[in-house]
Design a protein around this ligand. Structure first.
Ligand SMILES: C[S@@+](CC[C@H](N)C(=O)[O-])C[C@H]1O[C@@H](n2cnc3c(N)ncnc32)[C@H](O)[C@@H]1O
Length: 207
């Protein structure tokens, strides 16, 4: 993204779109029950989902992105949210996560999945860095329908240029996800396509 686009993205994410991240942070805690240990936010952008999760848990956060500019933005937000002592950024791609095996309890990602090529490598890496029994919660969406409609109204008023610059990336069929998950050795997973987006969840099998 161009620096001025990152600035607008950040403004929207911290302002009008903030309830989206709070919504998914609540969902992640409700679904996984993970509230302490280490969490990896993949394709974190400015770190919005991980920071929302930090606000309601005791998790320590690692923010991974392939873009140094997005990580610089995440650094600023980590300080802004008072999370300096429990968060760090990490430059890298989901297809080769620069972390050791079994090093996180929870892997989360929002809005980055559609951009991942080599999905099997991506899921294999997520599985590798999870500790046995650890949870993955990755996908994308704009929250529940009611909040989404309200946010879209506000965003069109405050940032009319937003829609044109942030078109939805092409969507994949479930078959592609299923094939990639299975070739990464993940046999138990869920793919939920609902009112609040597309979300893939799985656990690394216990040792
Ligand atoms: C639309 S932004 C989403 C940012 C943030 N997670 C959010 O929900 O607002 C997608 C992010 O994924 C990152 N990304 C795309 N492909 C990636 C990959 N293969 N590995 C790591 N990060 C990636 C981009 O650099 C970008 O910051």
């Amino acid at each position: 993204m161009h620096p001025s686009d990152i600035q607008t993205y950040n403004e929207v994410a911290l302002g009008v779109n903030a309830p989206i991240y709070a919504y998914y942070a609540d969902r992640i805690v409700a679904r996984t029950g993970v509230t302490s240990g280490g969490c990896l936010d993949i394709g974190c952008g400015g770190g919005y989902l991980g920071l929302a999760l930090a606000g309601i848990t005791d998790l320590d956060l690692v923010f991974l992105d392939q873009s140094p500019a997005m990580l610089a933005c995440a650094e600023e937000n980590i300080v802004r949210f008072g999370c300096r002592t429990r968060a760090r950024t990490l430059l890298g791609r989901v297809q080769a996560i620069p972390l050791g095996e079994g090093s996180v309890d929870l892997a989360i990602s929002r809005g980055s999945l559609p951009f991942w090529d080599d999905l099997a490598a991506a899921f294999g890496e997520i599985r590798r860095v999870l500790r046995p029994g650890g949870h993955a919660y990755v996908g994308g969406g704009l929250g529940d329908p009611a909040t989404r409609a309200e946010l879209e109204r506000q965003r069109n008023r405050l940032h009319p240029e937003w829609g044109a610059k942030n078109r939805r990336p092409p969507q994949r069929a479930d078959r592609e996800y299923i094939d990639a998950l299975q070739s990464a050795g993940i046999d138990l997973f869920r793919i939920d396509r609902g009112d609040d987006g597309l979300w893939i969840t799985f656990r690394r099998e216990a040792a």
